[in-house]
Design a protein around this ligand. Structure first.
Ligand code: NAI
Ligand code: MG
Length: 368
């Protein structure tokens, strides 16, 4: 069995607490012979600022490059609001994304049956929901030039952001979506605004051509971004994989996440390009931040972090069976009534971070 190198970057706030639960899951998988890992742990974010004066040391970046995958907890917190802008904890995460060219952000929105009543929508609209949003992460209007605020002759100001996409950038993100769809429900909805944006016209054209040339077996529809936002609230289960640009993806993935309950439940993946040797850089992290309000209180929900491990098993290592077991253990723990405070209802018994980790480990062991 291949031994994979896993770099753990717990970070700040609740990051180390939720990462500790992942380590227990990793240990169980190892003991059962389902996966073999060599794990290393290093600092990122405020923890790295405290130790090295920078939020991501060069040595850590080198370790990240050498690893087969990275699991990151969360960065940031009030302790570091005074540090220079370029050294703020979030800059460590941004540097990782940028230096490893992590262009594809995968955000699943999955509704666990046991939590269907925690959704912002009615149970029947979300029960069984399983969407994957694929967001382009390194291009588009957040990075396009020119990007500036200038002063006009009359003293008023003018702000410019520029949406730029090339054929290559659209093609590679669309491939990620089509490949994922083939392993899921085999349907892709491509989201843009070709009615008012040139980048949308090119987006639609490139996706259409790629589909015809290489992915004709996958069902494809084109959806305007504003309509997509409406459909996500009206009838979210119509979608399987959604692929979209950086800006629309930011907004739509946040909206979709609220269909499923809590921030503490949401994993994510960020993938780089496939290299000549067939491997790709990959970072897995919960969507939530460092939650300073509950840090150190054994109150954080570790399921987003544990779900991120499951994504890592599935997408970086091709260990679908182990990934299914971990996802199944989360489902079982929830079905058995395990709840952290963020997903508890009035009558549930509330577990801490460790208690939820234990519930998942117990469920995992009984599945194995
Ligand atoms: P946050 O996600 O840390 O917290 C928002 C709310 O959700 C808080 O009330 C928190 O207690 C709750 N929450 C978050 N994760 C939870 C979990 N696993 N279990 C239970 N409750 C949970 O976002 P916020 O408060 O805006 O930011 C706090 C710090 O985190 C800031 O320094 C921010 O910059 C940073 N941040 C880091 C991110 C990352 O590392 N990727 C992402 C978002 C924020
Ligand atoms: Mg966002």
């Amino acid at each position: 069995m291949t031994t994979y190198k896993l770099l753990l970057l717990p970070g700040d706030g609740i990051g180390p607490e939720v990462m500790a639960e992942v380590e227990r899951v990793v240990a169980v998988l190892g003991e059962a012979g389902l996966a073999s890992f060599e794990t290393e742990t290093d600092l990122v974010g405020g923890a790295a600022v405290d130790a090295h004066g920078v939020p991501l040391a060069d040595a850590t970046l080198a370790r990240a490059r050498a690893a087969d995958a990275i699991l990151l907890g969360a960065v940031g917190g009030p302790k570091w609001t005074g540090v220079a802008y370029e050294n703020r904890p979030e800059a460590g995460l941004l540097r990782l994304r940028k230096d490893l060219l992590l262009f594809a952000n995968l955000r699943p929105a999955l509704c666990y049956p046991a939590l269907a009543d925690a959704s912002a929508l009615k149970r029947e609209l979300v029960e069984g929901l399983d969407i994957m949003i694929v967001r382009e992460l390194t291009g588009g209007v957040y990075f396009g030039e020119p990007k500036e605020i200038t002063t006009l002759p009359d003293g008023s100001k003018r702000a410019v952001d520029t949406q730029v996409y090339t054929t290559g950038e659209i093609d590679r993100i669309a491939r990620v979506a089509f490949d994922l769809a083939r392993k899921r429900g085999n349907r892709v909805a491509s989201v843009e605004k070709n009615n008012v944006m040139k980048s949308g016209v090119l987006w639609k054209e490139v996706v259409t051509q790629l589909h015809a040339a290489e992915y004709a077996d996958v069902e494809l529809e084109h959806v305007l971004a504003d309509n997509c936002a409406m459909q996500l609230v009206r009838r979210p289960k119509q979608y399987d994989v959604l692929v979209t640009d950086n800006l629309f993806g930011d907004i739509l993935s946040d909206a979709a996440s609220m269909l499923t309950g809590s921030l503490g439940m949401l994993p994510s993946a960020s993938l780089g390009e496939v290299g000549a040797d067939g491997t790709r850089a990959a970072l897995y992290e919960p969507v939530h931040g460092s939650a300073p309000d509950i840090a150190g209180k054994d109150a954080a929900n570790p399921l987003a972090m544990i779900g991120s491990l499951a994504m890592c098993l599935r997408y970086s290592f091709g260990l679908g069976e182990a990934a299914d077991l971990v996802d199944g253990a989360i489902t079982d723990a929830l079905a058995g009534g395990a709840r952290t405070r963020d997903i508890a209802s009035e009558d549930s018994k509330v577990l801490g971070t460790k208690g939820m980790g234990e519930a998942v480990v117990a469920a995992l062991k009984s599945r194995i």
